[in-house]
Design a protein around this ligand. Sequence first.
Ligand SMILES: NC(=O)c1ccc[n+]([C@@H]2O[C@H](COP(=O)([O-])OP(=O)(O)OC[C@H]3O[C@@H](n4cnc5c(N)ncnc54)[C@H](OP(=O)(O)O)[C@@H]3O)[C@@H](O)[C@H]2O)c1
Length: 260
Amino acid sequence: MNYSDKTILITGASSGIGAATALELANFNNRIIITARREDLLKKIAGKIIAAGSDVLAISGDATQESHGREVVQKVVNTYGDIDIAILNVGIGPPSNTLTAPPDKIKFCLETNYYSFIHFFCPLIELMKQQTHPCMIAHMNSQATWFGIPMQGDYTAAKAAVRIFVETARMELKHFGFKHIRLQTIHPGFVDTKAVQDDGIPAVNEISEQEAAKYVLKGLKNEMRENIFPPATKWATKLGKIIPHQILTKILLAQTPKAY
Ligand SMILES: NC(=O)c1ccc[n+]([C@@H]2O[C@H](COP(=O)([O-])OP(=O)(O)OC[C@H]3O[C@@H](n4cnc5c(N)ncnc54)[C@H](OP(=O)(O)O)[C@@H]3O)[C@@H](O)[C@H]2O)c1
């Protein structure tokens, strides 16, 4: 999908991969809507987007609240008329331990990774069904979505839930004849963002935020169903899906810290 002169919504764009993607897309004369809770950071990113030549709308709010998604989509429609591309990127993945984590912490992880997606997906699909031109919703998933990973039990479960939801939605778009709506799942490997620095989770083949953003743009352009990057991690993950479970467990545990 062409990503110039488009209206593009990016959630979770105050930092990390979301902010880097917004700044990359700013070079292509777009109308970019950025959301997150930290208003001060959003303002800084908005300034850089304008300096790069795109128009910007910064809307702060908490994506775990259902009303936030609905209000943002409505505001964008009021301002720009429609939405061409939405990159739903909000997510957290702090280290956790399935044997000690309290239910509240696990629930918060699910709310931030799963419901923050749902709260935008529902009003976006409602809108895009009325539009007739090609449009796309892309979800920032992870390669930690296909199997359990020590220290990331709640995170992998939440990302897997979104992956399965999107897979089903893709089938139903086809079934009900909405050929102009594309759904994409983005699966980064390890990306060196502030959020994951010093979190103690082993990070092999880590790439920078800017590299990740370039991969995101490539995925949009080529309308990939699944955009999995970087290649080294992609092939390791593919292998992880087919090797016997005992071997996978051994490999993962060999890299897991003794205590956490
Ligand atoms: N870094 C990696 O290695 C990696 C790998 C694979 C996938 N991912 C995925 O990539 C996405 C971005 O992660 P990142 O590493 O770039 O971390 P990040 O810099 O912390 O980005 C997360 C973004 O989501 C926003 N956010 C978090 N909770 C929110 C809430 N309740 N309401 C609204 N906005 C919220 C944050 O902004 P505020 O705090 O200002 O609200 C921030 O802009 C996540 O979905 C993550 O799971 C990351």
